[in-house]
Every structure is written in structure tokens, then in C-alpha cells.
Design a protein around this ligand. Sequence first.
Ligand SMILES: [Ca+2]
Ligand SMILES: [Ca+2]
Ligand SMILES: [Ca+2]
Length: 444
Amino acid sequence: MNNLKCWLFLTAIALTVAPARGGERFYRIAPSGVNMPLVPATKGVGYVLKDILPGLQFTNPVAVVTPPGETNRLFVVERVGRIIEIADLQNPTPNVFMDIADRVDSDWERKQVEGLSSLAFHPKFATNGRFFVTYTTTASSPSGTGNHNRLSEFRRGASPHSSASQSEIPMITQFDRGDGHNFNCLAFGPDGYLYIASGGEGDAGTGDDFHNSQKIDLNFFGGILRIDVDKRAGNLRPNAHPAIHSGAFSVPADNPWVGATSFNGLAVNPDNVRTEFYAVGLRNPWRFSFDPLTQEIYEGDAGQHKREEINVIVKGGNYGWSFREGSVVGAKGEPPPGLDLRPPIVEYSPGYGQFEGFSITVGVVYRGQRIPSLYGAYIFGDYVSGNVWSIRGAYEDDQWRVGRNGWESGFTPCRSGRDRQFHALPNGDRAADRSHASARFAHD
Ligand SMILES: [Ca+2]
Ligand SMILES: [Ca+2]
Ligand SMILES: [Ca+2]
């Protein structure tokens, strides 16, 4: 358990009917405005997980990514600072694509949350070799010396199966006083811009300990950022901030708070606004993804003590933290009247029951062909309770309606989540379909 070796199980979900788990207290919370059945659906329950890369072993894998347009190659991000390439899914052999463990702070025993956290390939990676990562590192900046969150660009090496670790171009290096809740996740949107999910710095104590939430003129914590790594004509220079590496990117001119003079009813200086924000009010968005069909952004926000939640992210949206934790009052207390805080589309409460958990880990909208019964379903899990669920929804009549086909809890994990198993899901590219719908990681 403590040797921190993990096994990667890229899995098939076979339509094998398994008996539903019984006897557990039903304790799911249905937020207002969301139409969910009070009794979980039985349709579709009973998927099982199947190892499709038998024998392959990874160390603390946290993400699986496929380059745009490719169908036969996976990259596994290891938290310690390595990216492992599986160049041929038909003959899977691990290859170290990049190793930057020398600069990644990944003290798992002490923090359990730091390290290399994400990878995104440029939409034109096939021709320009550019890719982007986030990680935690020890550094000095004008804000302080110690732990920093970093967003960097790298380039593929001379071989298509390696990268140039010395090609690093730091883009943002932000001083960080709290464990976890870092630059968590990267993905390019259909608009070609790079989206970055950023946690609130850390709040192991009272919640929002560093008072970063509900501010757009302070730092880069606690929301979704959107930047232009190609510096297109017409886009903007970032406002000055100690964390920004000059000239590394530009800000899309239509980002929601460009030129803002007020936020939450209070005046802000537009020169101090972090115009990189695309959405705010998130506590710890560990993962998000785009529905490959609709391009909607599904984000999972890990809650503190009360709720875990899923949000559909829209430009300029405020998702409530820390006034709200899910649909209930959050660490900061009730908000002043008049704020437009968006509720989650789904939330659940703490516990080990069938509809409970402690740390949401999203998730993809399945648009593959192998499992027609899951087409269009959003698949996500909980890091602690070990449940893996799917939901379906649609936005109609100004409301999210979830659950017409049920909240399915049939992805029975092989073991309890109490052993800190970890689930992850490939990112919706065709390679994910080839390797079936789901991936599962578990400590041995
Ligand atoms: Ca942190
Ligand atoms: Ca939690
Ligand atoms: Ca929220």
C-alpha cells in the first residue's frame, strides 16, 4: 500500500449484469432546479471494469492524454514529474517521453497532492510539437520563496517519442502557501485557447484560508483561466502581475472581465483585474473536460465538508465558492443580496454510500461507439468512496434536467475507495474509444 506503485488498468466496460448493491442508505441531495429521480435508475447498472494493458505499471498516474487527431497513442502523466508514452496500443510498451522530476516538487508522503498535474497538446502539435504542463515547484518570485504553481510550455524533441526537457518556457509561476488546490488541469477548447483549472491555493483549515475566493483583482487562484498561447492579432497583453512571465501568452479580447470596473457590486481597477479568468468561484477544480459533441465544459469542484459538485462552465460564470458549497452555505457565509451565483447541476454529500463520496474526480462525456447505452452519458467518480457514476442531462427551459435515464451507479469499483484507489478517464479522443470507455488506477 505504501510503495506508491500504481497499476494502470485501461478498462473495458462490459455489459455484464451484476447484482445491485443493497442495504445502503440513500442519501443523495437533489439541488433545486435539477430534475433527478429520487430512486436511482437500474437501467445500465452492472458495468464491469476490464484491464486492457495487463502488466503495465505506472507510478502515481494522474492523467491520460491523447494528442489531437491521433488514435493509437496514449500519454500517461506521472505525478512525480514523468510523462510516459504508449506509442502503440496494439503493442503497448511504456516509453519515457519526458522526465522533469528534477524540478517538480512531488512530496507525496507529506502533501499527497503536489506534483506534475496535467498535460495538454497544442491543437497543431503534429506540426509544431508544442505542449503544456502544470506542476508544483520550489522557487523564488517577487511574491515569496517556497512552493509555486507553474504553467509551462515544452517542445517535442528530435524524435517523435521524446521531448526536450530543456525547452521549457515558463508562462505563469505563482507563489502558493497551501497544500493542494493548485494549477490542476489543462485543455484546449474548440476556440484554440488554453483553459486552465486553478484551485483556491489550499484550505485544509477553515475553508478559503487565504481569502482568494470571490476576487478577480488578486491572483490566479480559484477559477477557470483562458489564455491565448498563439498571441493572435487583436488579443491583449496580460495586466502586470508578479506571477506572469512577460511575453509568454496573451489574453483573449473577449474574456469576460476584460475592462471590468466592478465585481460583485464592488469597484475594481481594470488594470489590476486578472483578465485571464473565464469563470470564478471554484474551490478545487481538479479536472474538467469538453463534451466532444456539444463543446460544453463539465467541471468537478471538490467540496470542503458538505458537498461535491459538478458544474457546467460558462463564460463569466460565478460558481459560488466560498459563499456556497454546492447548494448550501459555504465557508464565507451567506453572500450579499443580488449576486448571480450559479448552482451545480449535480451535487452529493459526504459518505461511503452508493451516492456519496468525499472528493469528486471528473470525468468525460462518452461519445464513443462501443457502448451505445452510455452514449452521451457523463462519467465521473469519487476518489475516496470509490463510486463511479454516469448521468445524463440536457439544458431545457432555463434549467438543467439530469437523470431522465437515471443516475447510474453500476460501475462497481473493484475495491473500496478507502484504500486510496484512483480513477481516471481518458479524454474523449478516438483513442479513448479504441481503448474502451474508461480507465482505472489503483494502488497495489
Ligand atoms: Ca496550493
Ligand atoms: Ca470534499
Ligand atoms: Ca459551487
